[in-house]
Write a protein that binds this ligand. Structure first.
Ligand code: 0A1
Ligand code: ZN
Length: 887
């Protein structure tokens, strides 16, 4: 059994490190580091004269000295976890020399080679792969970083803070020195060196200072950096205007690399990005890529305050920075879209992501509260629960307290904790103090896992014109938490009359009716009863508008009521939600019909609801596109008692085809009416039109329209942007059209040399269906893993091809003979040797095996067991995932 770490076991560090001077002699094969630490015992440590323990992993110790005296064997101990030095009972200067190999570092944690460049990634525990240090976020030190490297290999050498010295050395190398004025935990350290070029700009801050901004990339990527730099400027301005937070550095840099485990990293003043979250031009990025890049650039920048200036005491508090920063980046993205209906589209996207990924996590073996109670490997807890559900928890606080009070609480949180490493309580306490409200009931959101179910039953009293809502909340058990306490849930209620207008929401005991609109209530207990009066007629209820709480709501609405809301709800989010629910229910009905072998027509209600939205002249193209997007097969399947991916797939196809067939001319007209002329611009309006056109073409094509097929082919040939080109390729690859092979080959030829595009091409291959007479997707994917443009060492390749196949193509992955699972096991074991973090992410594809039909579940279990059988070879990352899945 691997070691489990518990939140309750936190102990203050034995020693503090006030400053660190790092001197690097760069070499891709072997880099030498000299680290000089000013160490002193921590007065808050209760242990008597504890030894100093410095983490170190996969690095080689050369020497240790204290105050200039080199220690001899026996005066310290070094093992595979680190270095122990007894007897540091007063402030001392420690000098450590060690080496490591960037080239051999395929885990991409610590300092590693990416092409001709060196990159670093220290969160969560990568700094210990660079040098011996107390690798924990509550040890804050001032950093001076000296980097020496051969001028021709490393013309650019970057680290956190300000460049204070630069010189040429006699041996032909160069030396640069950076001083970071802000104390920071080591997970925020960064070093980048190599042949990089930059796009730079001055930027005037509100407080009158001018700062230097720059984006550093490989030379061939310079034409993909304009959007990055502009996004950064918007993020800086927004943080000033919305939260009163200023950039605290003279210089702020972004670096992009093709080799990166996650999306991006908020290292102080030197953010490092996965190129997929940073680089864009119309040839390599789609509309959604442009949006994602803006969001991620914002996210990393916003961490400068929520994460860097106010940091974490320990890794259990991860959501303190991540939930809050996701909330901030979501708000940023919404504000950049401007008007309310566009903001609603942003909210719909965010909620769709949450429902697709986080709800599933909450229902499986990895379910954990946004602040976990224990973990084996912290890298496995960069999850959608900590991030996206964490953001919903922050959003609920804003909803409960109101924007103004929330802002006061936020200001207090920053002012009070600046420069400190704190826990989630720091945030809650600041909010409680600013609002004068006891928030202890709210903290269940931090300690309990699982998605609450809220069931609402209505009773209409025709005589007294009273409506009673009986509300019940319950949360299913999750691993290690069998009984749940009720949550404090914001509960917005709105009523619509038969003309679709909002009515006042008036409690029966109230004398006066409030203005019509949404009214906010709170649920605190397991059950609640609300009695409403003053109603001219029985209303249709519109609940949890804007997704005020991350719950699964059963409002007890009939299909007719859902269709009414889909056509009339003035709240765009709930209008979308009603349409989405109708689509999900229609797929369920078709899935059931297949399982029971009792064919039935797709409900005319869903078809007419879709057709009304398509024809509604008051709705924006962007909204229509999200409202008519078919819910993912996995999302639908989540609600089935036992998942049969093939039946769900067939049900899904049937619904899409029926909607397409019944509206074929409207879809073709819509496609025609939403052609975007002129040069490519990723504006919300133009992107909305493109999304609607492609959606309409998709439905018409699925319904067998030859005209749609011609339009799609034509679009593939002539598109001046990747959004349209990729959408066309995707539609073709998902159909039986013989022409698709030529298009796929054309695309491959054109995209071969661009990693961003190759990854998109790989995903298309991995997520397509296979038709009779064609090779199975499994075989295609297996073959592609052996292609020269695929490498298991590159995380983006793995995510594009393997995660695409394992997680986004259920009917092709869940093969009856279990061969999909056997391939999964093979890949997990291979990746485990190369990159444990990536392997663990891929390993999670079988998390929910218990939810499948017995024949499949048995084979998934066998595949998990086959990985478990290699226990002694498994990295702690993968071991934890497999152990929990089998658990
Ligand atoms: N803090 C980063 C995400 C991140 C986390 C871990 C990493 O390596 C193990 C890398 C990046 C963010 O929230 O953007
Ligand atoms: Zn983050």
């Amino acid at each position: 059994m691997a070691k489990t770490i518990y939140r309750g076991d936190y102990r203050a560090p034995t020693h503090l490190i006030d400053s660190i001077r790092l001197e690097f002699d760069l070499n891709a094969e072997e880099t030498l580091v000299k680290s000089t630490l000013e160490v002193r015992p921590n007065p808050e440590c209760t242990e008597k004269d504890p030894p100093l323990f410095l983490n170190g992993e996969d690095i080689t110790l050369r020497s240790v000295s204290i105050d200039g005296r080199e220690l001899k064997d026996g005066e310290y101990k070094v093992d595979s976890n680190g270095l122990t030095i007894p007897g540091i009972t007063s402030a001392q200067k420690l000098e450590i020399v060690n080496t490591f190999s960037p080239k051999a570092n395929t885990a991409l944690s610590g300092i590693y080679a990416s092409g001709v460049n060196l990159m670093s990634q220290c969160e969560a525990q990568g700094f210990r792969r660079i040098t011996f240090f107390e690798d924990r976020p509550d040890v804050l030190a001032r950093y001076t970083t000296v980097i020496r490297g051969a001028t021709e290999d490393f013309p650019v050498m970057l680290s956190n803070g300000n460049l204070t010295e630069e010189k040429s050395l006699e041996d032909g190398r160069r030396e640069v020195t950076y001083v970071d004025p802000f104390p920071k935990p080591c997970y925020l350290f960064a070093l980048v060196a190599g042949k990089l070029v930059s796009r730079a700009s001055k930027f005037d801050l509100k407080d009158g200072r001018t700062v230097d901004l720059s984006v550093w990339v490989d030379p061939q990527d310079l034409d993909k950096t304009e959007h990055t730099l502009e996004s950064l400027k918007r993020a800086i301005r927004w943080d000033e205007e919305r939260w009163g937070l200023e950039l605290d550095l003279k210089d702020f840099k972004i670096v992009a690399t093709n080799d990166f485990n996650f999306g991006a990293m908020e290292n102080k003043g030197l953010n490092i990005f996965n190129s997929r979250c940073a680089l864009a031009n119309p040839k390599v990025a789609t509309d959604s890529d442009y949006l994602r890049i803006e969001g991620v650039v914002g996210h990393e920048y916003f961490h400068n305050w929520t994460g860097d200036r106010v940091t974490l005491r320990d890794w259990f508090q991860l959501t303190l920075k991540e939930g809050l920063t996701v909330f901030r980046d979501q708000e940023f993205s919404a504000d950049m879209l401007g008007e309310p209906s566009a903001r609603a589209v942003q909210r719909i996207r965010d909620v769709s992501v949450l429902r697709a990924a986080q709800f599933m996590e909450d229902a499986g073996p990895m379910a954990h509260p946004i602040r976990p109670e224990s973990y084996q490997n912290i890298n496995n807890f960069y999850t959608s629960t900590v991030y996206e559900k964490g953001a919903e928890v922050i959003r609920m606080l804003q909803t409960l307290l109101g924007r103004e009070t929330f802002r006061k609480g936020f200001d207090l949180y920053i002012a009070r904790n600046d420069g400190h490493a704190v826990t989630c309580e720091a945030f809650i306490n600041a909010m409680a103090e600013a609002s004068g409200r006891d928030l202890s009931e709210f903290t269940n959101w931090y300690s309990q896992a699982g998605t609450p179910r809220v069931t609402v039953r209505r009773h209409w009293d025709e005589v007294n014109h009273r409506l009673t809502l009986n509300v019940r909340q319950s949360t299913p058990p999750t691993p290690g938490q069998s009984v749940k306490k009720p949550f404090l849930i914001p509960f917005p209620v709105a009523f619509l009359n038969s003309r679709g207008e909002e009515m006042p929401v008036q409690l029966a005991e109230e004398d006066e009716a409030p203005a019509p609109g949404t009214r906010m209530f709170e649920l605190t207990d397991e059950t609640a009863e609300f009695v409403f009066g003053g109603l001219e007629e029985e209303p249709v209820v519109s609940l949890n508008r804007g997704f005020a709480a991350p719950i699964i709501l059963d409002a007890g609405l009939s299909q007719e009521e859902l269709a009414f809301l889909a056509a009339n709800d003035p709240d765009p989010f709930n209008r979308w939600d009603a349409m989405n629910r109708l689509l999900i229910d229609a797929v369920h009905a078709q899935t059931r019909a297949r399982l029971l072998k009792t064919p039935e027509d797709v409900s005319p209600l869903v078809i007419s609801a879709a057709s009304k939205i398509l024809r509604d002249e008051n709705l924006s193209p962007a909204f229509k596109a999200v409202a008519l997007t078919m819910p993912g097969e996995k999302l639908v399947a989540e609600e089935d008692p036992l998942i049969d991916p093939h039946a769900v797939h067939a049900g899904w196809i049937a619904v899409r085809q029926a909607i397409g067939e019944k509206n074929i001319s409207a879809f073709l007209e819509t496609a025609q009416a939403n052609i975007v002329e002129g040069p490519y611009e990723p504006t919300p309006e133009k992107a909305g039109k493109r999304a609607l056109r492609n959606l309409a073409l998709g439905y018409a094509h699925a319904a067998g329209s030859p005209r749609a097929a011609i339009m799609i082919k034509d679009q593939f040939m002539t598109a001046n942007n990747l959004t349209d080109k990729l959408a066309a390729l995707h539609m073709m690859a998902n159909s039986q059209t013989p022409a698709k092979q030529d298009m796929e080959v054309d695309a491959l030829k054109a995209w071969y040399h661009e990693p961003l595009l190759i990854n998109k091409w790989l995903t298309i291959q991995a997520t397509a269906p296979s038709f009779p007479g064609e090779a199975r997707v499994l075989e295609r994917v297996r073959e592609l893993t052996r292609c020269p443009f695929f490498s298991l060492k590159n995380p983006n390749n793995v995510y594009a091809l393997l995660l695409g196949y394992f997680q986004q193509n259920p009917s092709e992955f869940h093969l009856a003979d279990g061969s999909g699972y056997a391939f999964w096991a093979e890949m997990v074991l291979e990746l485990n040797r190369i990159n444990p973090q990536v392997a663990a992410r891929v390993a999670r594809s079988l998390d929910n095996w218990r939810r499948y039909t017995p024949a499949l579940a048995e084979k998934m279990h066998a595949a998990l067991e086959s990985v478990e059988a290699k226990r002694s070879e498994l990295s702690p990352n993968v071991a934890e995932i497999i152990e929990k899945a089998l658990g």
